[in-house]
Design a protein around this ligand. Structure first.
Ligand SMILES: O=P(O)(O)OP(=O)(O)OP(=O)(O)OC[C@H]1O[C@@H](n2cnc3c(O)ncnc32)[C@H](O)[C@@H]1O
Ligand SMILES: [Mg+2]
Length: 204
């Protein structure tokens, strides 16, 4: 069954731009900028919880719209779903995969240099960039996960600083920030996860 519309819920403009560039016209994407509350725990549990929250919020906002318009409330679920959320982790192997899902707060507090300093005492500078998309067909529908993982090296910052930890994540001799955007979008953790999502959507 062709997908009518997918709501990608994120508060991050750069993620949205990459998702749009990678998905192209294949998936009809709408976006909503919401900074969703994120629980603590394993990345899969965080991703599922984030997606459930998104589905509920989108469902509620549509219920509100429908109530105002005095339309048929029974159409809520159909109009409310499907939602897509994404959670990105940066896992330092020497630190037993920390900061992992807490990278946003580590990056905000320590910056690129501080993140490098976390690894000073270790020879192993390798890290995994992990992207987990969660898809729910609407409120009450259990989220399905699609994950992409790329192993790279944490290095002193190189390249433009407009997207998160891109300047300190080196893959095959280049940091993500130094890479042409189109190149990052063919090989990144996000691209791998989205290719799995796209494949799955085609079977629905
Ligand atoms: O609303 P959401 O989608 O949650 O957006 P967010 O910015 O809060 O994102 P996360 O919770 O997934 O936190 C991941 C952190 O990693 C950063 N990040 C995500 N993807 C990245 C990428 O491909 N390259 C560099 N930094 C990235 C992002 O800016 C955050 O600081
Ligand atoms: Mg977030």
């Amino acid at each position: 069954m062709p997908l009518e519309q997918l709501n990608f819920i994120t508060g991050n403009r750069n993620k949205l731009a990459e998702v749009k560039a990678i998905l192209g016209d294949v998936v009809p994407l709408q976006s909503k900028s919401l900074d969703l509350t994120e629980i603590q725990g394993a990345m899969e549990d965080i991703s599922k919880d984030k997606c459930r929250r998104a589905a509920t919020i989108v469902g509620f906002s549509i219920l509100f719209t429908i109530t105002i318009a005095r339309c048929n409330v029974l159409n809520i679920w159909k109009i409310g779903g499907p939602v897509l959320t994404e959670d990105t982790c940066l896992c330092f192997n020497a630190l037993k995969e920390l900061p992992g899902p807490y990278i946003k707060w580590f990056l905000q507090a320590l910056g690129h240099e501080g993140l490098n300093n976390l690894l000073i005492a270790y020879k192993d500078k390798s890290a995994q960039a992990v992207c987990t998309f969660a898809y729910s067909s609407g409120p009450g529908h259990e989220p399905i996960l699609f994950q992409g993982r790329v192993t790279g090296t944490i290095v002193p910052a190189r390249g433009p600083t407009n997207f998160g930890w891109d300047p300190i994540f080196e893959y095959d001799g280049e940091t993500y920030a130094e890479m042409d955007k189109a190149k990052k979008n063919t090989l990144s953790h996000r691209a791998i996860a989205l290719s799995k999502l796209k494949q799955w959507l085609q079977t629905q």
